[in-house]
Ligand binder design. Structure first.
Ligand code: Y12
Ligand code: CO
Length: 171
């Protein structure tokens, strides 16, 4: 089932998501729906709060060199914790909750992630490149933060003006 994606400035996106404690059929169905929703919107990452569920769950499906996404590359990440972040890198980010806008954001270059899978099993993942960036972007969603909050004062003001104009034009 394709779920509606909440977009900025909806205040639900500011919610602090709660730890997942039940790794049951309901969670599995929800994660399946998140995947369908993300792929149908051409996304590579989606956090549960973006579809109005404030739980600490996110999914990522990084495209291959040809830009194609494969379900076998899907990573379901529950209750993530970042360890040993290293270096910094600038990357132009986009977000399904801020449609039509891409901005350079500074992130850690690499990190180690401790998380649980859909069965509650603990996994450890070393991430670099786009995977490391997308993990940080999605974990920010779990903490109620959007990438636009990392922009400088002037870039944020410019974004607000352009976004408001785009929303008006859509109406
Ligand atoms: C850098 C950091 C984090 C990510 C992962 C999360 N972002 C996305 O998956 C963004 C997807 C996206 C897709 C769009 O295309 C459509 O909606 C059809 C899009 O375009 C518009 O909204 C017009 C914007 C964002 C990625 C990179
Ligand atoms: Co996002």
């Amino acid at each position: 089932m394709i779920l509606p994606i909440i977009t900025y400035p909806n205040k639900q996106l500011k919610a602090l998501s709660s730890e997942v404690t039940h790794f049951d059929e309901r969670l599995h169905l929800f994660l399946d729906n998140m995947f369908e929703t993300m792929i149908s919107s051409n996304g590579i990452g989606l956090a549960a709060i973006q579809v109005a569920n404030p739980i600490r769950a996110l999914i990522l499906c990084i495209p291959d060199e040809e830009g194609n996404q494969h379900k076998e590359n899907l990573i379901e990440i529950i209750n993530p914790v970042i360890h040993t972040p290293r270096g910094t890198v600038l990357y132009q980010e986009g977000c399904l909750s801020v449609p039509g806008f891409y901005e350079d954001v500074e992130r850690y270059e690499s990190l180690t992630l401790h998380y649980q899978n859909r069965h509650g099993e603990t996994n450890i993942l070393h991430a670099t490149d786009l995977l490391a960036i997308a993990i940080q972007h999605e974990i920010d969603h779990l903490d109620g933060k959007l990438f636009i909050e990392k922009l400088s004062y002037n870039r944020r003001k410019k974004f607000e003006k352009e976004y408001k104009r785009a929303l008006k034009e859509k109406k």
